[in-house]
Design a binder for this molecule. Structure first.
Ligand SMILES: Cc1cc2nc3c(=O)[nH]c(=O)nc-3n(C[C@H](O)[C@H](O)[C@H](O)COP(=O)(O)OP(=O)(O)OC[C@H]3O[C@@H](n4cnc5c(N)ncnc54)[C@H](O)[C@@H]3O)c2cc1C
Length: 307
């Protein structure tokens, strides 16, 4: 338990290390990261998406990169999203799009994010593609949800994420209720203090169950995004208990995680969506996954030494 906490903190610390980030960019994803990242460009991700679709899996793609600090870079990111949406449509891929508001200028200005999001959502709407705003660390949760609500008034094809480790999430769910939200429910991936988030894993888990049940009872589309069998079994149990249609929920997992479970759920007739990140900025994402599950380190090390 102590070792697990040390290793988690260590990898979360490394995820913010700029020197290692530059080093990683130079060497590329083939050193283990390609098991969980779809390549450095969207073109590299296309054959992977086609294969996943062929296996009965839906996809949501995420162009990696966060904490953009210049307006020009934020606009470039928005352009990349628009191009990705066009390519999804052109290649008729079974894929949605996920994005982070800090990559579109959240830390620069609200007008900039709104302008970028409007462009992305208008393009996505014209192609019938849903966009989900990922949730970042707790300091950005309030502003992200305010932007979500403002955009959702105009755009149906928009989802966001609620993290069960935050104390505020139950109230956020109530607040979003009147927006008919498309919500991805997760445990939460960032390092948060006990002032804002549950520290005990049991509390995070039981809160996720509570949020899943509440969102489904409220009648909203729910993406249960977890690799945890307990969450998957609980959702199946709710399907019986609440007599849910399978059009009201889906399971989501990260690319490269629990591949057999993903396929088994598809076999059982569930919708399963794979979150496929791609892009040059894969380093922080890769380190957060190592922090979550030290077992992932095994394939990273194998990747490095098999070169
Ligand atoms: C599709 C998707 C989108 C996400 N989006 C966001 C987001 O926007 N914001 C955010 O903060 N977080 C996001 N996350 C991350 C999420 O918050 C968690 O950090 C992450 O999913 C780990 O929690 P878990 O529920 O999967 O299982 P954990 O609590 O990490 O693990 C519980 C149990 O599940 C099993 N398990 C877990 N992983 C594996 C594995 N790889 N192989 C085998 N068994 C495993 C093990 O038995 C483990 O003990 C997302 C996750 C997914 C799947």
């Amino acid at each position: 338990m102590i070792l697990e906490a040390i290793s988690k903190n260590f990898f979360l610390y490394l995820s913010n290390n700029k020197v290692l980030d530059r080093f990683a960019k130079r060497f590329g994803t083939s050193f283990g990261a390609d098991k969980i990242v779809g390549g450095e460009t969207f073109s590299q991700a296309i054959p992977i998406i086609k294969q996943l679709n062929h296996d009965g899996l839906q996809v949501t793609v995420d162009h990696l990169g966060e904490f953009v600090t210049s307006e020009a870079e934020a606009k470039d990111r928005a352009n990349e999203c628009v191009d990705t949406i066009r390519l999804i449509d052109k290649h008729q891929l079974g894929s949605e799009v996920s994005l982070k508001l800090t990559s579109l200028g959240l830390d620069i200005s609200q007008d900039l994010v709104m302008e970028n999001m409007e462009r992305i959502l208008t393009e996505a709407e014209s192609k019938g593609i849903t966009v989900t705003i990922d949730m970042e660390d707790s300091s950005r949760c309030g502003s992200t949800l305010e932007i979500y609500k403002a955009l959702k008034e105009k755009h149906k094809n928009l989802g966001t994420v609620i993290q069960s480790y935050l104390y505020r999430s139950d109230e956020d769910l109530d607040d979003l209720n009147s927006y008919n939200p498309y919500l991805r429910l997760v445990k939460g991936a960032y390092k948060e203090s006990g002032k804002v988030a549950f520290v005990e894993k049991e509390m995070v888990d039981s809160n996720l169950k509570r949020l899943i049940k509440k969102n489904l009872e409220n009648g909203h589309y729910t993406a249960v995004a977890s690799h945890d069998d307990a969450m998957i079994e609980y959702t199946k149990q709710l399907e019986d208990e609440l007599k849910l249609s399978r059009n009201q929920f889906e399971f989501q997992m990260l690319y490269g995680m629990r591949n057999e479970t993903q396929k088994q759920l598809v076999k059982e007739g569930y919708t399963v969506r794979v979150y496929l990140p791609y892009g040059e900025d894969w380093y922080g994402y890769f380190m957060r996954r190592l922090a979550e599950r030290p077992a992932n380190i095994a394939f990273a090390i194998k990747g490095i030494f098999s070169k």
